[in-house]
Design a protein around this ligand. Structure first.
Ligand code: NAD
Ligand code: TYD
Length: 371
């Protein structure tokens, strides 16, 4: 890993060993691919349960390069299982926790897994780190592990105006965001109570290659490729601030290296847009007509807007690199070139999920006037 001279010494150098939980998912796998591709000697252990959203194929590029493959260990397992987690944490310099159930719509129907992974799972990881901190204090290892909890802008709830700052009140409104808020507050409590080296990131809506096709951007790209209807919730004027996955992964690594213990850092995107504008741009890039878009019943409790203030992360020396125009065009091209990947992701329980989520909605849909 590289040092940023402006920020002082990086915490983790070449030869460091990271435990990346949820490293076979969308953002976690990007983090793993980008660090290992730097060939600086960093070793990574990925612990992933391979839920419907986890995919070994997301790490295939690493496994195809013997030098990188040598520095990656994949462990199939659950962050909520102390017997799996304990021995893995013994051997690492930091734990970066991406593991979560990540889809708001699924949290509305079926919240339990969100709580088990998002609260109990985080607790198990923190307890393992606490044991290692005790060992470090007793001279049994050089330094205690750093723990980075990957959280979300959704913990602030719907923000009608202005931009959320890190010390604003948390007002999560979905089972997903409530579980994420609980997980990060638990992590912070270990900093306060046990002096654990904890940092938290709150990232904005992320998009890019390997994004599971249940989420807005990849769902609409893949449906449009097949000329299937695009189910736009409600009036489609909800606003999100879009962050390219490689910027999100880079910001997380920057906080891991330079973030101050006990602190939270917002990771804003590069373009705040209403969903309708995102869909218009996607259709333009794909050369598909607006008539594919159907207005369907809204998501219950749908947050109208998320928007982050990025002053604190900028002060730490981080800047996003990817514009939304460039990132979206590259993402559309990636899905066009990786049909086998997304068709495989739309298998298994996909049809059942799709029917439950969209069957009645699409049957009762209306023309989404405009474009
Ligand atoms: P994802 O659903 O693509 O990946 C989650 C990964 O975690 C999968 O590989 C899954 O198999 C694994 N996992 C789930 N439960 C597990 C468990 N109990 N034990 C071990 N592994 C488990 O999610 P993502 O979009 O990559 O999000 C990663 C993290 O970033 C999440 O914590 C999410 O809350 C957060 N986040 C996501 C976004 C976004 O827009 N995608 C924005 C901000 C924050
Ligand atoms: P999503 O990608 O699920 O992310 P989040 O809910 O975490 O912001 O949704 C992004 C936006 O797109 C959100 O306002 C909900 C909307 N949306 C639709 O209009 N239709 C869909 O089918 C999906 C999945 C999302």
């Amino acid at each position: 890993m590289t040092a940023d001279p402006a920020r002082g010494r990086a915490r983790f150098g070449p030869g460091s060993h990271l435990l990346v939980t949820g490293g076979a998912g969308f953002i976690g796998s990007c983090f793993v691919r980008e660090i290992l591709a730097r060939h600086d000697g960093t070793r990574i252990t990925v612990l992933d349960k391979l839920t419907y959203a986890g995919n070994r194929a997301n790490l295939a590029a690493i496994e195809a390069d013997p030098e990188q493959a040598d520095r990656l260990r994949f462990v199939l397992g659950d962050i909520a299982d102390p017997a799996v987690v304990g021995p893995l944490v013994e051997d690492v310099d930091a734990v970066v926790n991406f593991a979560a159930e990540s889809h708001v719509d699924r949290s509305i129907h079926d919240p339990e897994a969100f709580l088990v992974t998002g609260v109990i799972g985080v607790h198990v990881l923190l307890e393992a780190c606490r044991r290692e901190a005790t060992r470090a204090a007793a001279g049994q290892r050089a330094t205690p592990p750093r723990f980075l909890q990957v959280s979300t802008d959704e913990v602030y709830g719907s923000v009608e105006t202005g931009h959320s700052r890190e010390d604003d009140r948390l007002e999560p409104r979905s089972p997903y965001s409530a579980a994420k808020a609980a997980g990060e507050l638990l992590a912070r409590s270990y900093f306060v109570t046990h002096g654990l080296d904890v940092v938290v990131t709150r990232g904005s809506n992320t998009y890019g290659p390997y994004h599971h096709p249940e989420k807005l951007i990849p769902l609409f790209i893949t449906n449009a490729i097949d000329d299937r209807p695009l189910p736009l919730y409600g009036d489609g004027l909800q606003r999100r601030d879009w962050l390219h996955v490689s910027d999100h992964a880079g910001a997380i690594e920057h906080v891991l290296q330079f973030g101050h213990p006990g602190e939270v850092y917002n990771v804003p995107g590069s373009a705040e847009l209403p969903n309708r504008d995102v869909v218009t741009r996607l259709l333009d890039l794909l050369g598909k007509p607006w008539s594919l878009v159907r207005q369907v019943d809204d998501r219950p409790g749908h947050d109208r807007r998320y928007a982050l203030d990025g002053t604190k992360l900028r002060g730490l020396g981080w800047r996003n690199r990817m514009s939304f125009d460039e990132g979206l065009a590259a993402t559309v091209a990636w899905f066009g070139a990786n049909e086998a990947w997304w068709r495989a992701a739309r298998s298994g329980d996909w049809d059942d999920y799709y029917e439950r989520q969209y069957g009645a909605r699409l049957a009762g849909s209306v023309d989404a006037a405009g474009g």
